[in-house]
Ligand binder design. Structure first.
Ligand SMILES: [Fe+2]
Length: 326
């Protein structure tokens, strides 16, 4: 596995902690394009594990930051090669002012500094700054929208890819900001074209993992409200069929998902669609619909992967009913 010591040192000097250490430093500002590590050795690539942790929703309320600290302690025991955060990192910057938003991103970064595996980040709907009119944030704010995520954790991007051994990892940006200052799940045209090119470059033999915050394929809505069709645009990616048709010819082994705070594992045509619960459970108010606070560990052997969910012993100070939400 390539180690980019210079980047790690750069981050430390810049006070950024170990965010994404091991990746190549690029200048921010270019939204599309693959960000790649050099391939690991074949032996390393054939048997390794990585962590998919999602929906930390870090905050000091309800001791959320202490919950993340406890999760990090457990994650450090896994021996994972790296970790991927599946989005909804903070709670939240969608409808808060600049001061609170900076506080939350820094709070997360402070806790992340204790996580040993290098960490990649996927953007979630709660990580997009100032979108809600309730925030009072102007669109002219230089950190407005996705820029804040890009600058704090995205290394200048909201979607990208990297390699680990033979395996190829694609981190998608599933958040589309709508004209009414809300959001929906979508892979937009520019990203779709980038994804097409990235897949072509990867080829049809190499195993691929795709990570998205808002699920591509889920049965969640059938569970909570089967009367409503179609699935609301905030629950799953609205152009999922188009994306599925694009990825289907490739050797995609898993699509890792977040957003719903439930554990779910579906398989269709050899692709596993996995939703990895939530570190925060029911937004730090206990388990969510019976799904406890935790994270996923993915074991890779050859071209196969297996998924398991690890809890970390968090006891919420207060619990609340399981009203559906996301
Ligand atoms: Fe979430």
């Amino acid at each position: 596995m390539m180690k980019t010591i210079n980047r790690r040192d750069f981050l430390k000097q810049a006070g950024l902690g170990m965010v994404g250490a091991g990746t190549i430093l690029t200048l921010p500002g270019r939204l599309s394009g693959a960000l790649r590590t050099l391939p690991a050795s074949t032996a390393e690539g054939e048997h390794f594990s990585f962590i998919h942790f999602t929906d930390t929703h870090v905050q000091t309320e309800l001791n959320g930051h202490l919950g993340m600290r406890k999760a990090v302690e457990k994650m450090n025991q896994i021996g994972a090669a790296f970790a991927i955060h599946g989005g909804d990192i903070v709670f939240d910057v969608f409808e808060t002012d600049r001061r609170r938003a900076d506080f939350l991103y820094r709070l997360y970064r402070d806790e992340l500094a204790h996580l040993k595996p290098q960490t990649y980040h996927v953007i979630g709907n709660h990580d997009v700054f100032g979108i809600s009119p309730k925030s009072g944030v102007r669109k002219s704010d230089p950190e407005y929208g996705k820029r804040m995520f890009m600058d704090y954790l995205g290394e200048g991007r909201t979607y990208r890819s990297f390699d680990y051994g033979r395996w190829h990892f694609i981190l998608l940006d599933s958040i589309d900001i709508t004209s009414d200052r809300s959001y929906r799940g979508l892979i937009d045209y520019e990203q779709f074209e980038w994804l097409k090119a990235d897949l072509q470059e990867t080829g049809k033999d190499r195993p691929i993992v795709i990570v998205t915050h808002i699920p591509l394929i889920t049965l969640f809505w059938q569970i909570v409200d089967a009367r409503r069709t179609p699935i609301p645009p905030g629950v799953a990616i609205v152009n999922a069929k188009k994306v599925w048709e694009l990825i289907e010819p490739y050797n995609v082994r898993a699509v890792l998902q977040g957003h719903l705070h439930i554990r779910e594992k579906l398989e269709y045509n050899g692709v596993q669609y996995i939703t990895s619960g939530a570190v925060c459970g029911n937004w730090w108010k206990g388990p969510r619909m019976g799904h406890p606070e935790g994270f996923a560990v993915i074991e890779v052997r050859g071209d196969e992967l297996t998924w398991r969910y690890e809890t970390y012993g968090w006891k919420a100070a207060v619990t609340e009913s399981d009203a559906p939400g996301h």
